[in-house]
Design a protein. Structure first.
Length: 148
């Protein structure tokens, strides 16, 4: 059994995220997003795919932490992907009706990440949103089902 430090009510609201999520996409190798609580109470995650040969390719590492600032406590979502020099941080701008929004208006793409679990917790809709190359908005949808 893992001993955990007391966690914050802010992080505890994301407990539905724990576990393994399989991305739903036809005709492509399976990909997943896995989340777990670390000993400091933060959430650590990874996005990965499994090749037809059975090899695992990790394409992103993720972390959601509670951070204190002069403006009060806030949740921060950090995504570390190969094409960025380091982790890019997105600040939680709120939760409404179970939908969680993380924003970084200074990042090229995405600038907004939206996590929307289904009411029964069996599926998850993630959107990454930001500017496109023509002055409009680009949205990429990721749909997952609980895999564990």
């Amino acid at each position: 059994m893992v001993s955990r430090e007391p966690t914050s009510p802010m992080l505890d609201q994301l407990s539905w995220l724990e576990g393994s999520w399989e991305r739903l996409r036809e005709g492509k190798p399976p990909s997943y997003e896995d989340w777990e609580r670390s000993s400091d109470g933060a959430f650590t995650g990874r996005g990965y795919s499994i090749t037809p040969a059975g090899d695992t390719t990790v394409f992103e590492t993720l972390r959601i932490v509670q951070r204190s600032s002069d403006d009060g406590d806030r949740l921060v979502y950090a995504a570390d992907v190969d094409h960025n020099e380091g982790a890019v941080e997105f600040v939680c701008t709120g939760e409404q009706d179970g939908i969680w929004l993380f924003s970084n208006p200074d990042h090229d793409f995405p600038q907004l990440i939206r996590y929307a679990p289904s009411e029964d917790g069996a599926s998850l809709h993630v959107q990454v949103i930001g500017p496109d190359n023509e002055g409009g908005t680009r949205t990429i949808d990721f749909r997952f089902r609980r895999a564990d």
